[in-house]
Design a protein around this ligand. Structure first.
Ligand code: SF4
Length: 349
């Protein structure tokens, strides 16, 4: 066993070790790498633009309080310089946060710059409405490694009620064209086709998955068709109507040990859910990524999560954004295995 016998007799120490083991196993798939997580983020979400052409009910866009719409070249280049020093440990750089990344016409240029600095995986997540054939080709040729495509239903009226302002047929065609072009170019770009599962599409997933597999366009060693349950944005989503229980209440949040979101104005919020930067950890015009990641503010947030005081941060109390969904065919997840170890035993009366 990774923790020693003495610690097995100390409730606090054992649970702290279980939490560390959980975090490193979930982030690195290696339970011995906990201290590496404290050095530098493994994942980034860089918001190069914070606008969107859709108005989905599960998004907080109507509450955004963001003045800077577009990230400047100066800031982007500073971030890239800092990332390049950690290219061997960074797992993924996502070029989006709160918005539609294809509205950024410099996106391909930014991907090329990151690839020239040996960043292993550059990803975007898109609503697919602007994924034309020419844009698909440019993205693939720039070196994009991964794309998440949000298609929430195969029923036109359900889709258009969720992806407000978008056209069902156009989005589906764009997905298929992207896959065809990817295959023709022999690119290894991973395609993840994702449904945000919610009440209106709750029974659709099996048919949805079958549909995409039967297109014959997927590369089963690269691609994935999956769902993510609708989440509550840390209690900040007006009218949230959930479909799942939070099973990870006793576990620390993986975001605080792995992910740094960066907004267009250089602000670093506590996590991906903190869309209005209520908990500002720093600003990249004033500090480096490393300084912010190892700052007192981040360490205080981690301490709260490690010591069962998530409620120090109101957003964290019922947040379910990082809950794990079991892989296909599996009934448990890494988090549920660890959550069980932390559940207090019932007291005998
Ligand atoms: S639990 Fe807290 S830190 Fe984690 S994503 Fe939710 S709000 Fe952010």
């Amino acid at each position: 066993m990774w923790y020693d016998t003495v610690e097995l007799y100390s409730g606090f120490s054992m649970s702290a070790r279980i939490k560390e083991e959980y975090l490193s196993e979930r982030i690195y798939s290696d339970r011995s790498k906990y201290f590496d997580l404290l050095e530098f983020p493994t994942h980034f979400e860089i918001e190069t633009i914070n606008a969107c052409n859709a108005r989905c009910p599960m998004c907080t866009i109507n509450e955004w309080n963001k003045e800077e719409k577009m990230m400047s070249e100066i800031l982007f280049n500073k971030i890239v310089d800092e990332l390049s020093e950690y290219s061997s440990t960074i797992k993924r750089v996502n070029l989006y946060r709160d918005g539609e990344p294809l509205l950024d016409l410099k996106l391909e240029q930014r991907i090329k710059l990151l690839k020239s600095k040996k960043i292993k995986e550059i990803a975007i997540s898109t609503n697919c409405s602007l994924l034309t054939e020419s844009r698909s080709k440019e993205l693939l040729e720039s070196g994009l490694d991964m794309i998440t495509m949000s298609i929430d239903s195969l029923d036109k009226s359900t889709y258009e009620a969720i992806r407000v302002n978008l056209n069902f047929e156009k989005s589906i065609n764009n997905v298929k064209n992207f896959l065809r072009i990817r295959n023709e170019l022999g690119s290894n770009c991973k395609v993840w086709i994702r449904m945000i599962r919610q009440k209106s599409n709750i029974d659709e997933f099996d048919q949805y998955e079958k549909y995409w597999l039967e297109t014959g366009l997927l590369n089963t060693s690269l691609d994935r068709v999956y769902y993510h349950n609708i989440f509550n944005w840390g209690g900040q989503l007006n009218g949230f109507d959930g479909i799942s229980e939070n099973t990870e209440k006793l576990l620390p949040c993986v975001a605080l040990w792995s992910l740094m979101p960066i907004f267009a104005n250089g602000d670093v919020p506590m996590c991906n859910v903190d869309f209005n930067c209520n908990h500002k950890m720093g600003n990249l015009f004033e500090s480096s990524i490393k300084e912010i990641w190892t700052s007192r503010k981040f360490s205080d947030a981690r301490d709260s999560h490690m010591n069962s005081r998530k409620s120090d941060y109101q957003m964290c109390v019922n947040c379910n954004v990082w809950e794990e969904v079991p892989p296909k065919g599996a009934t448990t997840t890494v988090s549920s295995q660890y959550a069980r170890l932390l559940t207090p035993l019932p007291t005998s009366s």
